[in-house]
Ligand binder design. Sequence first.
Ligand code: ZN
Length: 116
Amino acid sequence: MKQVLGKRRVISSQRELKALLERVMAKDGDYLVSGPRARKIAYGSGLVGMEIECRETHELKSLFNCPVCGHRLKLVKNMTVFGGTVNLGYRCEYCPYWTGLKRRVPTRYIFTRKSQ
Ligand SMILES: [Zn+2]
C-alpha cells in the first residue's frame, strides 16, 4: 500500500485508487482489481483513512451488511422517554460507514494517508 500511495497524501476517488493499485500490482504480472476490492485492500492496510460521501434515498429496507466493506452492521438504538427504544439507523463497526433510517448510499470515497 505504501508503494501505491507513493508521495500522495490524498486519493480523491475509488477509480483513482484502483488505477494506482493496478499499476503497482502489474509489476507482478497482469493484475486487475475491482473498485470495491481496491477499496478493501486500501482500508484494510491500516495506512489509509477513508471518507465516504453519500446521498440519501428514501428506501427503508433493512441493511445487514455494510455496502462499503461487507462487514455486519450494528443497529443503533436510542432510548425514548417512554422507556422503549427507537431505531436510529446502522453503523459499521469496521469502517466509517453509517446510515440513518433514510438509507445513505455511498457515492464517492476519498482516501487519505494516515500520518505515521
Ligand atoms: Zn463497513
